[in-house]
Every structure is written in structure tokens, then in C-alpha cells.
Design a protein around this ligand. Structure first.
Ligand code: IMP
Length: 185
């Protein structure tokens, strides 16, 4: 199954390739992705997938992905603002949580897949965890140096890309997509 991911993020591509065996996945080669104006991860993922549907080869699937981190004590922020915080996102999140003992957070990934015939599948994957007090580790991207998954002591950046490929919010969304596909005939 061939698909184009409407994203310029190589990390997302690598994680989804590992999590979607049997798919032949490539980035959609565009520079003009639509702005993220949706109110939810799912709306943004759908907008990207629909953009992908317009520009991907007609015989390939179009995939849209939107993801981010939600801190409980911040009422779910940065959430869909995660990318906009991203340049100094780690420093900003640490500073917004300074002194906070409640550091629960979750990674969320929404994935929308549109088939060549226009059939649309939408799924989500979540990874629960907490925000560390200091950045640790060098793998992954974005908030990985400060995100500690539930049941782990190490950050995602310490756990590494290999761990991420089978446990991340993106891997979970990909698994949900696979089961939605096998259930939808
Ligand atoms: P998007 O391209 O709008 O989906 O941006 C997602 C943003 O959320 C990224 O730029 C990261 O800052 C953050 N993010 C999403 N997924 C991850 C992840 O797996 N690890 C760390 N940060 C992530």
C-alpha cells in the first residue's frame, strides 16, 4: 500500500514507516501545507490529509498527522499549539511548570488516512506520562527530552527512537489505523 504523508517532518515519517509495516510511505513533496487552523488535532490532521488527497498521486493513499503534548495543569496546553511553541517549546513548558508538583501530561497523535477512492479513516493514539524537571537524552525530537512515559524513569529522548517506534502516540495511532483498515474491509 503506497501513501504520502502530508508533512515535512522526517521524524514522523521514520516513526510511521516503522509502525506501518506493509505501507510504502513517502513525504508529500510540497512547501505550501495548509495552516493549522483546526480546533483539535483531528481537524488539523484531516485538513492535512485532504490537502494530501489533492496533491498525492491518484493511486496512493493520503495521510495527515497532527500531534502534540497536553499538560494537565495547563488545561491541556500547549496541545494544538505545540508546533508553534516548538522552537523554544521545551524551555517554555519547563518555565510554565516551574514549581508545579502536578506534572502529568500526554502526547496525542491524530492520524487521518484517505484512500484513492476518497474513503476516510480517522484514529488517535495517546501516550500518557509526565513532564521532567530538566531535559535529558538526545534522540527523538520536540518535547522528547522532557517527556517521561508512565511507568518509565527515562525521558523519551533517553529511551530512544527504537523504543518510540513501538510505544509512541504515533505508533499507537498507526496500530489503530491498521485495525480500522482490517475492520473496514
Ligand atoms: P505538528 O507538525 O503540527 O503536528 O507539530 C507537532 C509538534 O508537537 C512538534 O513540532 C513537536 O513540538 C510536538 N510533538 C509531536 N509529536 C512529538 C513527539 O513524538 N515527540 C516530541 N514532540 C512531539
Amino acid at each position: 500500500m503506497r501513501a504520502r504523508l502530508a508533512s515535512a517532518n522526517e521524524h514522523k515519517l521514520a516513526e510511521l514507516r516503522a509502525a506501518l509495516p506493509g505501507w510504502e510511505l513517502a513525504l508529500l513533496d510540497r512547501a505550501d501545507f495548509p495552516p493549522e487552523t483546526g480546533a483539535t488535532f483531528l481537524e488539523n490532521a484531516r485538513a492535512k490529509a485532504r490537502f494530501g488527497r489533492l496533491h498525492a498521486p491518484a493511486d496512493e493513499w493520503a495521510l495527515g498527522e497532527d500531534s502534540g503534548i497536553e499538560a494537565a495543569v495547563l488545561g491541556g496546553r500547549p496541545g494544538i499549539e505545540s508546533a508553534r511553541w516548538a522552537e523554544d517549546g521545551v524551555a517554555r513548558l519547563l518555565s510554565e511548570l516551574e514549581g508545579a508538583t502536578e506534572r502529568g501530561a500526554r502526547y496525542v497523535c491524530a492520524l487521518v488516512a484517505i484512500a484513492p477512492d476518497g474513503r476516510e479513516l480517522a484514529v488517535e493514539g495517546v501516550l500518557e506520562g509526565a513532564v521532567a524537571h530538566d531535559p535529558r537524552g538526545s534522540e527523538g525530537f520536540g518535547y522528547d527530552p522532557i517527556f517521561v512515559p508512565l511507568g518509565e524513569q527515562r525521558t523519551v529522548a533517553e529511551l530512544g527512537d527504537e523504543w518510540k517506534r513501538s510505544h509512541s502516540h504515533r505508533a499507537r495511532a498507526a496500530a489503530a489505523l491498521q485495525s480500522a483498515l482490517s475492520g473496514s474491509g
